[in-house]
Write a protein that binds this ligand. Structure first.
Ligand code: NAD
Length: 280
């Protein structure tokens, strides 16, 4: 009989998630009988208060683990037995593995971003990145960018206090790199080597550009985190300026790939998962 892999996602408003297709497709390719179930708080009329019930139910039903998304990535931590160093550093969990009755929290978002960055922008100048957005995704990608070796990182957020708090936390974790919360985006872009975009701008509900296109130069690289749509206005504008770019789909696929590996113990084929994603 085939080995079974039972996994899923806990979050709110996740009906359009591509994770079931990505995980089950990769499971098939490994000869696993993989089922990936959605536990949508919205559909279940539940709140993050119900996380203990959902985790308990998944564990009792024999799940190997669950992914965690908005609005539960921080709230879930108090219900876990252990955290990976990455999840600990970020204070956020997107993957919980159940093993021998224990719940261990991981965070694969940063790994996903770093892997996508290396893939899409292999020769990027890491001297000085500007990052827009210091929310949940922003925290993970800023951490990953510093792990990649970014020498200076300037964080901007329309909520300046949020950028300031993240910069302060990261500076403590990466004392040899320079992290600041910026005030003047236009002038900071002039001295930057690239741009990381981690606000929701460019999604259907938040159309438009997160900064004026003319602030981009051909020698800036642009790493986008938004992946619905895959081709954002920012990426179009950046390419029109001649910038090297990477879209947010890589991060989305690679964080899933790493979670699949944690759940199954099988090494995912990143190229195959990416090709599958592009067909969805
Ligand atoms: P969030 O709400 O936690 O954070 C967004 C931050 O952006 C907030 O701090 C907000 O103040 C700031 N912001 C919004 N508009 C801004 C603007 N115009 N200029 C400056 N700051 C602005 O959201 P999040 O969970 O971090 O998600 C952000 C985006 O990243 C979403 O589009 C989400 O879909 C995407 N995302 C992608 C992946 C992936 O795998 N590719 C993973 C997670 C999130």
């Amino acid at each position: 009989p085939k080995r079974r892999l039972l996994t899923g996602l806990i979050g709110s408003g996740i009906q359009k998630s591509l994770s079931p297709a990505l995980h089950e497709g990769e499971g098939d390719a490994h000869g696993l009988r993989c089922q990936y179930r959605l536990m949508d708080l919205h559909e279940l009329a539940m709140t993050p208060e119900d996380l203990p019930t959902l985790l308990e139910a998944a564990q009792l039903a024999g799940f190997n683990g669950v992914n965690i998304t908005h609005p539960c990535k921080q709230r879930v931590i108090e219900y876990l037995d252990a955290l990976s160093p990455e999840a600990q550093a970020l204070g956020a969990v997107n993957t919980v593995v159940f093993e021998s009755g224990k719940r261990t929290g991981h965070n694969t978002d940063g790994w996903g971003f770093a892997q996508g960055f290396r893939h899409g922008l292999p020769t990027a100048d890491l001297t000085h990145a500007v990052q827009l957005g210091a929310g949940g995704a922003g925290a993970a990608v800023a951490h990953a960018a510093l792990n990649l070796g970014m020498q200076r990182l300037s964080l901007f957020d329309q909520d300046h206090d949020r950028a300031q708090a993240l910069a302060q936390r990261l500076q403590g974790q990466f004392p040899d790199q320079q992290i600041d919360a910026g005030h003047h985006l236009e002038t900071t872009m002039q001295s930057a080597s690239g741009l990381i975009h981690a606000t929701p701008t460019g999604m259907a509900a938040h159309p438009g550009l997160p900064l004026p296109a003319e602030w981009l130069r051909p020698d800036h690289w642009v790493a986008e985190v938004v992946y619905v749509p895959l081709e954002t206005e920012l990426l179009r504008a950046a390419r029109a300026q001649g910038c090297a770019t990477v879209h947010g789909g890589f991060m989305a696929v690679y964080q899933a790939a790493r979670a699949f590996e944690l759940f199954s113990g099988c090494a995912p084929d990143l190229g195959r998962m990416l090709a599958h994603f592009e067909q969805l």
